[in-house]
Design a protein around this ligand. Structure first.
Ligand SMILES: *Cc1c(COP(=O)(O)O)cnc(C)c1O
Length: 428
């Protein structure tokens, strides 16, 4: 047993962690009176303790001001979405004109496809990853049908090769080149929800553009997790949710990025609502849509202030922690988890699990997906009984995501130990 796979070593890493105090800013669910080991921040981030007071502020302003809250609330509701611009621009590496908080993720996928998937007779194909998150698959399938096309013909999926779990980047690029005469759009996940693979969005964008197609990204598992430079990468559009890595509560508001060359173009086709209309004339309530010349011009409705208040509470914590510190800790945490899992394997004569997420830290975020080579479901149940909240995916994968804001190296060590003990028991 290596010296790193010990509680002393994990506690020493925690003691040296500049972000360790942030754990106290979150509520942890309890198991037998103790904090659970929470490794599903990739599914629903924990609640910041500050959320209640942010929401209470809006409830008080609503109680005391009624409709006047639109102008006179402490944080006026009329421009409420604007309070997110700076933080979202930093989050995804964009200019302030390129981002807006609005709607929910799947709605935004459809709105963006309405603008960026305009198939013609010659160019109508969409390239996406095989086994994309179901909502993305359904969105693409129904968009294609909406245009009177056949998904079997229009949607090209790139698969991992036979016997492999990850999609090779050369296969993505090669598929794009192969369809360059008929390709309208490449729509890709920044980080795959199942394997945890982080894709090179810059080269996917370059290849899509070289083929004369748009490149758009679903960042549900990337936003708040990995470094993003959407503007510099020249990505055309992207959208993400705020309830996974961004800890903004179930069904929380989504975010959108649209490259400025489209965001500022008021002739860009779109499906519109009054909140996207020019702010000076919005309340004249006149005929004729005139979009705000920024990503805000894609808004449909006035801001869902109560859920956005939770988002604000959470983004303020990220701002306090600092993205560079968060990325540094994320890399250390996932490297430690990798080490711990190899130690678990080493306790047996044959490997008991295989981490399918890339070894290369630049090709992954927080999440590691472990393929359980035997008794997977039993091990998962044992983990649950011991107060570990992880995620089971058929047929045999356990996904775990230690996040830098509230997980500790001790969490990772304890997880490894529980896992090994469960495997030892089962294999007897
Ligand atoms: C979580 C997730 C969704 C969920 O969509 P909602 O509209 O927020 O319910 C969609 N796509 C991906 C890739 C996801 O990871």
């Amino acid at each position: 047993m290596s010296q790193e796979f010990s509680i002393e070593y994990a506690l020493a890493l925690d003691a040296a962690d500049p972000l360790k105090a942030f754990r106290d800013e979150f509520y942890f669910p309890k198991h037998k009176g103790k904090d659970v080991i929470y490794f599903t921040g990739n599914s629903l981030g924990l609640q910041p303790k500050s959320v209640a007071s942010y929401i209470q502020q809006e409830l008080d302003d609503w109680a005391n001001l009624g409709v006047e809250g639109h102008f006179h609330a402490k944080h006026p509701w009329m421009p409420y979405h604007e309070f997110f611009t700076k933080q979202l621009a930093e989050l995804v590496g964009a200019k302030e004109t390129e981002v807006v908080a609005m709607n929910q993720l799947t709605v935004n996928i459809h709105l963006l496809l309405a603008s960026f998937y305009r198939p013609t007779k010659e160019r109508y194909k969409i390239i996406c990853e095989a086994k994309a998150f179901p909502s993305d698959q359904y969105a693409l399938e129904t968009q294609v049908r909406h245009h009177g096309l056949n998904p079997e013909d229009a949607i090209i999926e790139v698969h991992p090769r036979e016997g492999e779990y990850l999609i090779r980047e050369e296969d993505i690029i090669q598929t794009i080149q192969q369809h360059e005469d008929s390709l309208a759009l490449v729509f890709w996940g920044g980080v795959n929800y199942y394997s945890g693979q982080l894709f090179d969005m810059q080269s996917i964008t370059q290849a899509a553009h070289a083929a004369g197609a748009y490149a758009g990204f679903d960042l549900a598992h990337a936003a708040g997790n990995v470094r993003l430079q959407l503007h510099d990468w020249n990505a055309d559009f992207a959208t993400w949710c705020s309830y996974k890595y961004l800890n903004s509560g179930p069904g929380g508001v989504s975010g959108v990025y649209i490259h400025e060359k489209y965001a500022t173009n008021i002739d860009m086709p779109r499906l519109a609502g009054w909140w996207g209309h020019d702010k000076q004339t919005r309340f004249l309530m006149e005929k004729g849509f005139r979009p705000i010349p920024s990503a805000e011009g894609w808004q449909l409705s006035n801001a869902p202030v109560l859920s956005m208040a939770a988002h604000k509470a959470s983004l303020n914590i990220f701002e306090k922690a600092g993205w560079e510190q968060l990325h540094a800790k994320r890399e250390k945490l996932s490297a430690y988890l990798h080490l711990v899992m190899s130690e678990v394997n080493r306790s047996f004569t044959e490997p008991v699990l295989k981490v399918i997420t890339p070894d290369d830290p630049t090709k992954r975020g927080c999440q590691l997906s472990m393929l359980m080579l035997k008794d997977g479901k039993k091990i998962f149940n044992a983990l649950t009984e011991q107060g570990v909240i992880a995620d089971w995916r058929e047929p045999n994968v356990i996904r775990i995501a230690p996040v830098p804001l509230y997980n500790s190296f001790e969490d990772v060590f304890r997880f490894g130990k529980i896992c090994r003990d469960a495997l030892l028991r089962v294999s007897k």
